[in-house]
Design a binder for this molecule. Structure first.
Ligand code: GDP
Length: 138
């Protein structure tokens, strides 16, 4: 079994589509083994997206990620990282495949509804960023 870190971004929580996004996740066979709603500070968001520090869109990511609450989740499946990236769709929803979460729900590249870890190393770092072992039921 593999785990990945998922975030339902403020554009999702503000539009009341948490359940709809979770339907996509569960219908794809990904099991939600931890989930909580939190509000990120600019410092939290900047640390989480540290790899993008210095890029022109970095201030915008921080602004969008702190515009409202987020739902952070741990998802589990045999190939959770790739399986979730597949149903998320491309970063830019304009070019995301039909039926993906981003094609269905995203408003723009910076309000693209979901985050998912992109490697086993980042999944480990990102899960530890948000969750204690006691919070994960898997
Ligand atoms: P992801 O793994 O598909 O979420 O993409 P990245 O890790 O590369 O980027 C993190 C987030 O930053 C993305 O989900 C977008 O919301 C945002 N982002 C990435 N590239 C751009 C860009 O070129 N312009 C803007 N405005 N936002 C971007």
């Amino acid at each position: 079994m593999q785990r990945t870190l998922s975030i339902l971004k403020p554009d999702a929580t503000s539009r009341n589509i948490i359940g709809k996004v979770n339907d996509h996740i569960e219908n794809a066979g990904l099991k939600i083994i931890a989930q909580k709603m939190i509000r990120l500070t600019p410092e939290n968001a900047g640390e989480f997206y540290a790899e993008h520090k210095g890029k022109p869109f970095f201030p915008n990511i921080v602004e969008k990620m702190t515009a409202g609450p987020v739902v952070v989740q741990v998802l589990e499946a045999p190939d959770a990282i790739a399986a979730y990236r597949k149903i998320m769709g491309a970063t830019n929803p304009a070019v995301a495949d039909e039926g993906t979460i981003r094609k269905t729900f995203a408003l723009s590249i910076d309000q693209n509804t979901v985050h998912g870890s992109d490697s086993p190393e980042s999944a480990k770092r990102e899960i530890n960023f948000f969750f204690n072992e006691i919070e994960i039921v898997g």
